[in-house]
Design a protein around this ligand. Structure first.
Ligand code: ADP
Length: 267
C-alpha cells in the first residue's frame, strides 16, 4: 500500500496522475490518494469577492487565514469541485473511488488553533476566529472498511477538531501522518516542481537523495510552503515510513516515475 499526495498548485496534470494511478491499481497495489486545492480555492474565493488572505506565523510558516466564510469556500472547492472531479476521473478509468474529507468518520482529528500570532508589516498580531489546526490523530476505521471492500479512498482536508469543528489543515502533513498510521513503505508527494531544488529558479538543481540524519543540511533550501512539506516528510520518516518521495506532478506517469526514484527521496 502507498499514499500519494497530489498538490493543489497550478500545473499539476490531473489526467496524467489519474491514468498512472489507474494502471498501478490494476497491478494490485492499494493506493490512498490525498489532494489539495490551493490555487483553485484562491481563484474561486476571489470570484466570490473574498480574496485569500495568506498570513505568516511568528515562526515563519505561511497559511491561509480561514474564518468561517473562508472555510465554507474551502470546503466547496476541496470537498466539492476538486474531490468529486478526481473521483469522476478515476471512475471513468474503472477505479471504484470514494471521495471523503477528514471530517467524514473523523478520519483526521486534531486541535483547532483558536488564536494565531502572525507577523504583518513587521508587527505582531493575534488573529481569532480562525479555523485552522493541526492533525494529531488518524482514525483508520472508515479507510480500512473501504479498502477491505475494494474502494480507493480519495481524501482531502479539512480535518475535524476534537470539539467537532471543521479545520483547515496542511495537506502534506495530513498525508504524512496518514502514511505513518497506515504503516506504508512509501509516501509520494506530487507538486509542480521536480522535487526539492537547491535553487527554486533552476529545475536542474534537484536534490536527489536526503538521508534523514542529514535533513538539517537541506531544510535551508526550502522556502515558503516547501518548508512545511519537508518537515512533514521528516515526521513521516521518524514515524516509520521508509521513503518519502517528492516528485513532479506535471509530467506523464508521475507516480511510476517517483516509485523508481525520479525526484527527491527522503529516507
Ligand atoms: P502543493 O500545492 O503542490 O502542495 P506548494 O505550492 O505548497 O505545493 O509547494 C510547492 C512550491 O514550493 C513550488 O511551486 C515552489 O515554488 C516552492 N518552493 C520553495 N522552495 C522550494 C525548493 N527549495 N524546491 C522546490 N520548490 C520550492
Amino acid at each position: 500500500m502507498i499514499v500519494i499526495k497530489m498538490g493543489g498548485s497550478l500545473g499539476i496534470n490531473y489526467e496524467a496522475v489519474c491514468n498512472d494511478l489507474a494502471s498501478i491499481l490494476k497491478t494490485g497495489l492499494q493506493i490512498i490518494l490525498v489532494h489539495g486545492g490551493s490555487s483553485e480555492t484562491n481563484l474561486v474565493s476571489a470570484r466570490l469577492g473574498k480574496p485569500p488572505r495568506m498570513v505568516t506565523s511568528v515562526s515563519g510558516y505561511e497559511s491561509r487565514y480561514t474564518d468561517r466564510e473562508t472555510l465554507e469556500i474551502f470546503e466547496m472547492v476541496y470537498c466539492g469541485k476538486i474531490n468529486k472531479g478526481i473521483v469522476e476521473k478515476l471512475q471513468r478509468r474503472g477505479i471504484n473511488a470514494v471521495g471523503l474529507s477528514g471530517v467524514d468518520g473523523r478520519i483526521w482529528e486534531g486541535i483547532r488553533k483558536s488564536a494565531i500570532t502572525i507577523v504583518e508589516d513587521g508587527k505582531k498580531k493575534v488573529l481569532r476566529d480562525d479555523f485552522t489546526g493541526r492533525v494529531e490523530k488518524v482514525n483508520l476505521d472508515l479507510i480500512e472498511l473501504l479498502l477491505e471492500h475494494g474502494y480507493t479512498p480519495v481524501l482531502t482536508p479539512p480535518a475535524i477538531s476534537y470539539q467537532g469543528e471543521a479545520i483547515n489543515v496542511d495537506g502534506d502533513r495530513a498525508a504524512a501522518i496518514l502514511a505513518s498510521a497506515l504503516k506504508v513503505e512509501k509516501l509520494v508527494i506530487l507538486s509542480n516542481v521536480p522535487g526539492l531544488l537547491k535553487d527554486v529558479t533552476n529545475e536542474s538543481s534537484l536534490v536527489e537523495d536526503i538521508p534523514i540524519r542529514e535533513m538539517d543540511n537541506y531544510v535551508k533550501y526550502a522556502k515558503g510552503r516547501m518548508k512545511k512539506k519537508i518537515l512533514g516528510a521528516a515526521e513521516a520518516i521518524r514515524q516509520g515510513v521508509k521513503e518519502v518521495i517528492f516528485a513532479d506532478g506535471r509530467i506523464d506517469k508521475p507516480i511510476s516515475g517517483a516509485l523508481i526514484g525520479k525526484g527527491t527521496i527522503i529516507h
